[in-house]
Design a protein around this ligand. Structure first.
Ligand code: NAD
Length: 350
């Protein structure tokens, strides 16, 4: 009997619940035994429980050590802190892993891209430590970079590169201007790199990196960077491979991880069952890999790639014309992927 995994399932809000249902269907098609500890969080929960992130959610993830999460809306300018940022900080999920890989059949300006963005997830300007210097006139945001956080994220990138047979790690920074903060990040990156002589190392200034990713993305492999640059460049990397609908993500700490798509809750499509489940399903694939279920992860990735390449059972955004009447629903696309996962797992066992 295969091991049983108890996974915290956070449906999220907006299109989150329908996407998480789609991913659950595909993950169960692997034949692995999952027990889902469903923990609502987000806007609806705020109304009922007075907080969008009740303690029970954190307790569940701390206990199960693994969660699959749908996107959660953060209203602009509202009083409450982003649930997504709070989760990463509370659970010390210090590494944000965002692979950007081309799948044939996804319309994009580029082919053959296989990049991984490793984003520091706990500090930098993104921690949102801000205050008014002169109310209404001047505001200040504090950028914190520490040796400890820089060292563990760069080490994570090198370990990831080694385990996944990647050839190169590039540190991205603005150390020419931010001499102390980004200077420290770069100094630490160079030090850590000496421990990994089998992996090539280089560094790029973030503005130059942005241009190079647009012009020559195939020259890069694993990119590691502080939080805010990672937020921006990982969306750029998603754009290189066809957009947010296909970009998975993982927030990883020591022995604990939360898997979620890069995209947000796309609230205007909520309840319509039409958004693309690929990013959430591929986040589930990253979860399988993290759990050490390599065969199941490979089956899910191959099934996703097949369905996208065939181009029939895909959502509107993957069709050439967005109003194509042959576009299928979120669940229909997931069912087709699940069917192919079952076939692959059966063949693997036979
Ligand atoms: P979004 O990612 O929700 O949407 C951006 C665009 O991408 C929209 O045009 C949307 O229609 C499209 N899109 C997104 N996901 C798609 C999918 N699966 N299939 C097809 N098209 C898809 O970004 P936004 O509109 O800036 O944010 C909406 C809300 O989500 C905000 O409140 C934001 O704070 C939140 N958000 C949450 C997370 C998270 O939970 N980790 C991440 C990003 C944004």
């Amino acid at each position: 009997m295969a091991s049983k995994y108890t996974v915290t399932l956070i449906p999220g809000d907006g299109t989150g619940p329908e996407l998480v249902e789609a991913a659950r269907l595909v993950l169960e098609a692997t034949g692995l035994a999952f027990e889902w500890d469903v923990q609502p969080a987000g806007l609806d929960v705020l109304e009922k429980e007075g907080t969008p992130l009740p303690e029970r959610v954190l307790r569940s993830i701390r206990q199960n050590r693994v969660a699959l999460k749908g996107p959660i809306t953060t209203p602009v300018g509202s009083g409450f802190r982003s649930v997504n940022v709070a989760l990463r900080q509370e659970l010390d999920l210090y590494a944000n892993l965002r692979p950007a890989k081309s799948y044939p059949g996804v319309r994009s300006r580029y082919q053959g891209i296989d990049l991984v963005v490793v984003r520091e997830n706990t500090e930098d300007l993104y921690a949102g430590i801000e205050h008014w210097v002169i109310p209404g006139e001047a505001a200040e945001s504090i950028k914190i970079i520490t040796r400890r956080a820089s060292e563990r994220i760069v080490r994570f990138a090198f370990e990831y590169a080694r385990e996944n047979r990647r050839r190169m790690v590039t540190a991205v920074h603005k150390a020419n201007i931010m001499k102390l903060t980004d200077g420290l990040f770069l100094e630490v990156a160079r030090q850590v790199a000496t421990e990994y002589p089998d992996i090539e190392f280089n560094d790029r200034i973030v503005d130059n990196m942005s241009m190079q990713l647009v012009q020559r993305p195939e020259e890069y492999d694993v990119l590691v960077m502080p939080n805010l640059y990672g937020d921006i460049l990982s969306d750029l990397a998603s754009g290189l491979v066809g957009g947010l609908g296909v970009a998975p993500g993982a927030n990883i700490g020591d022995g604990i991880a939360v898997f979620e798509p890069v995209h947000g809750s796309a609230p205007k499509y909520a309840g319509q069952g039409k958004v693309n489940p690929t990013a959430t399903i591929l986040s589930g694939m990253l979860m399988l890999r993290w759990l050490g279920e390599e065969a199941a992860a490979a089956a899910v990735e191959a099934a996703v790639a097949e369905v996208i390449a065939a181009g029939e059972c895909v959502t509107y955004d993957l069709k050439e014309r967005r109003d194509d009447p042959t576009a299928v629903s979120t669940m229909e696309m997931a069912s087709e992927i699940a069917k192919r996962v079952r076939e692959r797992m059966r063949t693997a066992v036979a």
